[in-house]
Each structure stands twice: as structure tokens, then as C-alpha cells.
Design a protein around this ligand. Structure first.
Ligand SMILES: [Zn+2]
Length: 708
């Protein structure tokens, strides 16, 4: 899903947070679209960065063992009346409330990998659908071969019927304002079912909002038992499908378009959280064979691989596609003049497009009579762009290359893209992801704007398409992880630029406004005005913080890759991620998960005072550190001496285990004239005013946050 769309209420006052790294004053939407202004600001920032790096010598910090001095009475410490700044509200090192940490057990191991008895269900789909553009109705039939790999007998199953969001009185239509991004805009639709069967026997569906329960005619046996569910259905295609599907004139973007199996897992049993709009999806892996019958002049783009090119493409189009499959250059499959001609020369009748997608948990597609179609490839993966010109501007001519670049970049950095193709379609949906297929808003005619969304949406191929976590409960495992990936792409595609200050400022905004909630909050329960911060940017930022300032890039990068590899095509829960990272990096990070995922606190550590004394010829500085919130953090100090030299020191997080004050006693080579916390300015300390003492030494210049 696209970031930062409609996040700011029009009357929201922008308050600049006092975060140390607030370098850019870019609004969310501006950031989202990489506006020209953003770029000019970033360019000046980049120049500053290049200039400063050239003249600053990096120092290796001295790592100190934890030391404990007599600590002053902290009972009088009341730095703020705001509850989020309460100190010692609870023990940040206590074992986190592990309701989201199932296991460890035979299914999910203590090391964060799937256990020896890990199981997940399988759903293989055969779908045949017909799009009637005169009635804007889609009619279809689906056959689901469902495999019960669990150790339990099932007597009923739950099926997701997402189109019921558009039924009058749906939960989602009540929760989200009708004119909002997730609102139904007054549209009344929903599924009509005509024939629902399980193992051939007619079944009476029982519907609970967007979930449908089917009682099986006979028990579905454990460990491999199979059931076949078949459903005939139809629904009217909404113009605005809650920004996840929809249509615009002759263009249709179709998703949530067939009854989909709900996930039955070892964590929660049946995952029946309804589709309300803001929360995304949680689906079972399997193979899909699907066909779309549309007016004869339509071109259909979809998840998976086209199975009948001979029937639906011209020989010239097939020849061009064959060239594109061998080429890293962009080849036009349907040119602008061909697309324009197709629009005016509508063909009678209908045509059926057949696709196959393997090892995915969903499929989606789009159709229009006048698509331009570009394709190229990388490493045997075909990357494609479909767009109506000029609704999608000239910048879309770069979309196939941008898709190719994105797939290559994330394949090389994180996990090889496992699918044969990747498609980007321009349309009214602002940004939405499906396996091998993403919908991207027409956008401005700015290639960097289009790239921002293409790169984000295809980043979702890693989360949640490959690593199939529960998006409906944990936005941070989906949007958050993806936004973390996007930081790497941004810095690689545009050297000298970084998305980090935008992430930090966005988090600061929701702290200031009081609209934030812990990252563990289910997305439907997050304030829509804070979704960009809590679902996307704060989780990306805290992962970068963990990487750069807690465990180090070397440990974190391999740990993150290991997590992806271990959970590819599976259903990890939050605890699996936490355990996986702890095991890979060799750190107990309870305090980190607790602080940044389970509370809304911010990091605020300061320096109260500094004194120097001499003992047996050795000078010692006592630096009185003060933690103003519940969040502990490893401390980095840069000390300045009278001779203008500096020295860096590092203290482990353990210094905060027993209180919120710590006197660090460190050997120094001369009298200390100044001290600075966080020589690296990308530590997200909320309040920079207490981070220095005396005449502080300079901080490092801001720089990229995804470097090794
Ligand atoms: Zn997204």
C-alpha cells in the first residue's frame, strides 16, 4: 500500500519536532512523491554531506565495560508531566508481554525459525471470471482445493469475502468516513453467491461481515486431508475500491475479486479479523490458475504468467515479448500509436486470457482497451509496465526500467525474487501490491515520483508476498519492513540522498500531535492520520536504528536476510522475527522490542554534568548521564579536550538496567572541555538540547543510513 497518502488533515498544524536529525522540512505527501522541492533540499543536503565527509576523520570509539557508581536519588526526577515521558513506569528489561510471541514450541522454535512440526495450510485455486464492462459487473466461479496440514480435524472453514465491505451496513463502512481513503464513497455492492459447495455438497454459507463460514459435509482430516470448495459469485466493481481496486472509465483494476481462504494457523486458529479497509490481508500460499474473459479489445495484465499468448496476442506482440525476455533494454510491446488505434477500433465479442501463478497467496489483474505495454528483463525475470497515455504521463515510459531496477536491487540485497515476472500498472489506485503485480497511481509526470511508488509497491513482493506475515494485525511487518527496504533503494538510486530525515520527522509529528500508538497496534486501530508514521516510517526507522546503533550493520544485515530466507513462503509471527534477530545477532533485545514496539515513548538521554579529577596520575572524567524516558539505549559519547582533539567512548545498554541515572567514569588524557552524546546524528534522540555539555565537539556530518 502506498505511503503517506491523505495522511494530513487539512487543518493539521505542522509542528517541527525537536528531533536532532530533523534536517528536511518535507511534508509527507511531498516526500511520498519526491517533489522537486524535496530534491533541491536533498541536493543541498547531499552537497553538505559530501563536503563534510571529506574533512572529518572518523574515529573508532573506545568500548567501555559497564561501570556503576553511586547514583543519586532519582525520586525527584520529573522531567515532564506527559505520561509518555514517565520514567521507570515499568522495567524496560523485563520480559516483554509475549502475547504476540507464540511458542517456542514444536511449531515455532526458540531460535526464531520454523519448528520441526511447523505446518501451514495450502489453498490452490482455479478461477474463471468474466468482466462485463456494460454493467461493470464481474461474474465468476472459483474452485479451491484446500489442504489441511494442521494436526487438527476441521469441521468448518472460513473464507474471506472482501467485497462485502461494500454491503450496506458493513463494519468498515461504519468505521471509516465514506469520503475517506478507505471509505466506500456511497457505493453499494458486495458479493452475490449462487452456488456454494464443499466436496460437491451444497453448503449454506453463514456470513459475518467480510468473513464467510462454511460447515463441511464431512470432517476434514488432519495432516494432509483435502476438501474442495466451489463457489459461484458476482459483484459490481466499485469505482473507488477503498484504494485497493477500482475502475476509471474503461480501465479496471481488479483485486479482492474471488472468495479467498482465511488463514488457519497455530497462533490464532482461524484468522477472522474482518476487512475494514485500512488493515490489509493475510492469505494462504498455493498455486493459481485463473482466466479472465473481457471485451475482445481489452488487454489484460495480471499476476503470474500468460498461458495462451497465441490466442490473445498478435504475432508481432509475441515477437516483441520474446525480444524483451532476452533484453535489458525496454521494448515496446504495444506502442502509443497502437494503443490509440485500439481505443478507437473496438472489437466485438469477448476474449479469454489465462494465467498461472505458482507459490503465491493471491492474484490480481487489470484490463483496458488502450494500454501501452513496455517490457524488459533481468536475470530471466520479465518486468513490465502497462499504462494509458496520457492519463499516465510520459514518465511512465521509464516504469518498466524502474520495475526492473527495483527487482534487481532487492534481489541482490535481501532475497532473490522468486517469480518469473513483475508488472506495474498505472491507474486510479494510488498504490497497492499483489504477487508479481502492483497498481500505481497515474501520478505526476515526474519519474522520481513514479519510481517512489513503483519501488515501494514492488518492495512488497518481499513483504508480505514472499514472507507471508499477518498484515491485518501487524502493519510493521509489512509496510514497516518494506519502508526499511525502500531506504536502501533510495540511497542506491539517488546517491547523496536519504529518506531517513523524512522517516524521523514523520514519527516526530505523530508524537507531537498525540496521535501515535505502539507499533504492535493492529492497523485498523491506528489513527488514519498516523498510519504513515506508525505503519511505515517509525518501524523502518527503528530497524535502521537497531542496525546502525545497536547491533551493527554486519550483524543486522545477515540476521535480516536469514529471517527472510527462513520464513519465505511461510507465516511468521512477531516473536519469530524478534527471536530470529536475537539469535542471529547474539543480543538479548527485549528492551529494544519493548521500548520501540510496545510503548509510544521516545528516546531521550541527556548529560547532567561533567567533572574531571586526577587519581594516581591518571585523569578521570565523570559524566553524569540521565535517561528521561522509559527507553534505555547504548550510549555513545564524544569528548573534547582543551587541545581541540576528541575521543569517542561507547557504553552498553546495560548501564540503564537499574535506574535512569548513570555516572560514567572514563579515563581521559586531558581536561574535558565539552561532551556530545551521539556523534552520529542519526540516533533518534527526541531532545537534542540536553545532549551536550561545555563546548561540545562537532558531530559527524549526516550521511547515508544504509551504508555498511
Ligand atoms: Zn505499502
Amino acid at each position: 500500500m502506498r505511503r503517506g497518502y491523505r495522511e494530513h488533515p487539512s487543518n493539521a498544524r505542522y509542528t517541527r519536532p525537536a528531533l536532532a536529525l530533523t534536517l528536511l522540512n518535507n511534508e509527507d505527501t511531498v516526500y511520498e512523491t519526491f517533489s522537486k522541492q524535496w530534491h533541491s533540499e536533498v541536493r543541498s543536503y547531499a552537497l553538505l554531506f559530501v563536503a563534510l565527509t571529506a574533512c572529518t576523520r572518523q574515529q573508532r570509539p573506545v568500548v567501555l565495560a559497564p561501570m556503576r557508581m553511586e547514583t543519586p536519588d532519582t525520586s525527584a526526577a520529573a522531567p515532564s508531566a506527559r505520561s509518555v515521558f514517565d520514567t521507570q513506569r515499568d522495567d524496560p528489561f523485563a520480559t516483554t508481554n509475549r502475547i504476540d510471541w507464540p511458542g517456542p514450541n514444536r511449531y515455532r522454535s526458540s531460535s526464531g525459525s520454523p519448528g520441526p512440526d511447523y505446518w501451514q495450510q495450502r489453498a490452490d485455486y482455479t478461477i474463471a471470471a468474466t468482466l462485463d464492462t456494460s454493467t461493470t459487473e464481474l461474474t465468476g466461479s472459483v474452485e479451491i482445493k484446500y489442504t489441511n496440514n494442521s494436526p487438527y480435524t476441521l469441521r468448518y472453514v472460513w473464507v474471506q469475502v472482501d467485497q462485502n465491505l461494500y454491503r450496506n451496513g458493513s463494519k468498515g463502512s461504519a468505521l471509516f468516513p465514506a469520503d475517506s481513503r478507505w471509505g466506500v464513497r456511497g457505493f453499494e455492492g458486495g458479493y452475490k453467491f449462487s452456488d456454494v459447495r464443499a466436496n460437491g455438497a451444497s453448503v449454506r454459507p453463514r456470513i459475518n461481515d467480510t468473513m464467510m463460514r462454511l460447515d463441511l459435509p464431512s470432517p476434514l482430516l488432519p495432516r494432509g486431508g483435502k476438501a474442495t470448495i466451489s463457489i459461484r459469485y458476482s459483484f459490481k466493481v466499485p469505482e473507488h475500491g477503498s484504494d485497493r481496486m477500482g475502475r476509471d472509465s474503461a480501465l479496471y483494476e481488479i483485486a479482492q475479486w474471488y472468495p479467498r481462504m482465511a488463514v488457519y494457523d497455530d497462533v490464532r486458529g482461524w484468522n477472522t479479523d474482518p476487512y475494514l479497509g485500512q488493515g490489509e490481508f493475510y492469505l494462504e500460499f498455493g498455486d493459481f490458475d485463473y482466466s479472465v474473459t473481457a471485451p475482445a479489445g481489452y488487454v489484460i495484465a495480471g499476476s503470474g504468467v500468460l498461458q495462451n499468448p497465441d490466442e490473445v496476442l498478435t504475432s508481432e506482440q509475441r515477437r516483441r515479448l520474446s525480444t524483451a525476455s532476452q533484453s535489458s533494454d525496454v521494448i515496446q510491446i504495444i506502442t502509443q500509436s497502437e494503443a490509440a488505434a485500439a481505443k478507437t477500433q473496438l472489437k466485438p465479442g469477448a476474449r479469454t486470457w489465462r494465467f498461472r501463478a505458482r507459490n503465491v497467496h493471491d492474484v490480481a489483474w487489470a484490463g483496458a482497451p488502450d494500454f501501452r505495454w513496455d517490457a524488459t528483463s533481468w536475470s530471466g525475470i520479465q518486468t513490465q509496465a502497462y499504462y494509458e497515455f496520457p492519463k499516465a504521463g510520459k514518465a511512465w515510459e521509464q516504469a518498466a526500467e524502474q520495475t526492473q531496477w527495483t527487482i534487481r536491487q532487492y534481489s541482490q540485497l535481501f532475497f532473490p525474487y522468486p517469480y518469473p515476472q513483475a508488472t506495474s500498472v498505472a491507474g486510479p489506485v494510488g498504490g497497492m501490491e499483489y504477487p508479481m503485480f502492483v497498481m500505481v497511481g497515474y501520478g505526476t509526470d515526474d519519474p522520481t515520483s513514479i519510481f517512489g511508488t513503483i519501488n515501494h509497491e514492488h518492495g512488497h513482493e518481499w513483504f508480505p508476498m514472499i514472507v507471508g506475515s499477518n498484515e491485518r494485525r501487524y502493519a510493521w511487518m509489512d509496510e514497516g519492513f518494506n519502508t526499511y527496504l525502500n531506504a536502501f533503494a533510495n540511497e542506491a538510486r539517488y546517491p547523496g540522498q536519504t529518506a531517513y530525515p523524512g522517516y524521523l520527522r514523520n514519527w516526530g509529528d505523530v508524537v507531537t500531535r498525540g496521535t501515535q500508538s505502539p507499533l504492535m497496534t493492529a492497523p485498523d486501530n491506528i489513527d488514519p492520520n498516523a498510519l504513515g508514521a506508525i505503519g511505515y516510517r517509525k518501524p523502518a526507522l527503528v530497524l535502521l536504528t537497531l542496525r546502525n546503533h545497536v547491533v551493527g550493520p554486519d550483524f543486522f544485515d545477515s540476521a535480516f536476510r536469514e529471517y527472510i530466507r527462513t520464513w519465505a513462503f511461510k507465516h511468521p509471527a512477531p516473536g519469530d522475527f524478534f527471536r530470529s534477530i536475537e539469535n542471529s545477532t547474539g543480543e538479548d533485545l527485549s528492551w529494544f522490542w519493548h521500548s520501540f514496539f510496545y510503548t509510544t515513548d521516545v528516546l531521550d538521554i541527556g548529560i547532567d554534568s561533567v567533572s574531571t579529577r586526577t587519581s594516581e596520575g591518571q585523569k578521570y572524567a565523570t559524566i553524569a548521564l540521565h535517561r528521561f524516558t522509559s527507553i534505555p539505549f547504548p550510549v555513545r559519547l564524544r569528548v573534547a579536550y582543551a587541545d581541540r582533539t576528541t575521543q569517542d567512548f561507547s557504553l552498553p545498554v546495560n548501564i540503564w538496567a537499574r535506574g535512569n541515572r548513570f555516572d560514567a567514569v572514563i579515563p581521559v588524557r586531558a581536561n574535558v572541555t565539552g561532551v556530545r552524546l551521539w556523534a552520529d546524528p542519526s540516533v533518534p534522540d527526541w531532545n537534542p538540547s540536553n545532549d551536550t555539555w561545555g563546548t561540545p565537539p562537532p558531530a559527524n556530518p549526516p550521511g547515508p543510513v544504509t551504508r555498511q
